[in-house]
Structure formats: C-alpha cells, structure tokens
Design a protein around this ligand. Structure first.
Ligand code: FES
Length: 202
C-alpha cells in the first residue's frame, strides 16, 4: 500500500461521497495529461437557495486524488454556489497540511472539475432564464441592465471594476465574456455618439 501522511490516508482508505449525486444538475470533469487521472464531479444544486445540497465524485486516479476529491465533496456540501466558485486549491491543501510536492496537481484537478460543474450549471440556467432582463451573472443573480447601469454611473472599464461595483463576475467567472461584451458595447456606443456630436459641430 502506498505511504501517505495520516490525514490523506484516512480519506484515501475511507473516501466520502463516492458515486453520482441523485438528480444531479451540475456535472464537471477534469483530467490530467501528466498522470492520466480523470475526475468526475456531480452536484445537486438547490436553485432557490443557490446552494449545493449533494456532491459526489468518481475518479480513476491515485490515492491523493481520491482523498482530495473526498475532502472537496465534504467541504462543499451545503455551501452557497457563489462561495464554492471562489474556493481555491488551498481549501484542500490546507486541510492535508503535508501534501507530497509531486501531488500538487490533485487539488488543482478537483478545483477544475468543480468550476466545470458550476459553469455548466450557470450556462444551462442562462438558457432557461425567462425574466424580462437578460440574466448575466447567475452566481450573484445580476442582470444585464444592472451591469449597464453601474458601467454608466461609475464609468467602468474593466471586469474587475464591475465585480467590485455589483458582484457580477466574482464567482465562477463563466459570465466574464458576457460582461466584457457589455463593456465593449457600452464604450463603442459612447465613442460613436461623441464622434457623431463632433461631426455635427463641424
Ligand atoms: S456566473 Fe459565476 S461569476 Fe458570474
């Protein structure tokens, strides 16, 4: 049996949350070309509470990946999806304390699979959305109109500024291309209007 530090060994030998979440509505996968490992994460997300109610995994990988996925799925149970989207690899590495240096990619794979699952969930939600205004950031429930308003009111130019102003984009980041499009559209319109005014004066 491979030797791992105690905290890793405990999760490796008794992995929690192995399998498929019942009625999973968010699934993400990640794989490593270096070691050939594959991880599949399935989540049941309560859409009303925006919270993960069940997290399960399946993997073909080493003991550290099994233990990392076990810790991750325990950590994110009952967690708000906006918080889960901002979880770093340190949520796992800090827990293990003494992760072998050649196994640092295992927590990274877990984070990748989590982000993939959340992105798939958010993309599906955007497609289903039937509100009057387009929903851009499903992590923080921010509409296109709100984003346009903060850009105009505060003369914002970057996604980071938009996130600081209204939280949009501060979670899984799947909405970043959409926020960028809104910024580009806004500033293109402003530029076109000012050129129009200049032409009118001359
Ligand atoms: S949809 Fe996740 S940060 Fe916007």
């Amino acid at each position: 049996m491979p030797y791992y530090p105690d905290r890793i060994n405990e999760h490796f030998l008794n992995p929690r949350n192995v399998g498929e979440a019942r009625e999973a509505n968010a699934v993400g996968q990640a794989g490593s070309l270096t070691c050939g490992a594959i991880l599949r994460l399935s989540l049941k997300i309560d859409a009303r509470q925006q919270r993960i109610t069940e997290a399960k995994f399946k993997t073909v990988g080493c003991g550290v990946l099994i233990a990392s996925a076990s810790v991750l799925t325990e950590t994110i149970q009952e967690m708000a999806i906006s918080r889960a989207a901002t979880l770093g690899e340190s949520a796992i590495t800090d827990w293990f304390e003494d992760l072998p240096p050649d196994k640092k990619h295992c927590p990274a794979l877990c984070r990748e699979a989590l982000l993939a699952a959340l992105m798939n969930y958010h993309n599906a939600k955007r497609e289903e959305w039937a509100g009057d205004e387009a929903l851009i950031c499903t992590c923080f429930c921010v509409s296109e109109k709100t984003i346009e308003q903060v850009i105009e009111a505060r003369s914002l130019h970057t996604i980071e500024q938009v996130t600081r102003a209204c939280h949009a984009g501060g979670g899984c980041q799947s909405c970043h291309p959409l926020i960028m499009d809104i910024l580009d559209d806004y500033w293109r319109t402003v530029e076109a209007q000012s050129m129009h005014l200049e032409t009118g004066k001359s």
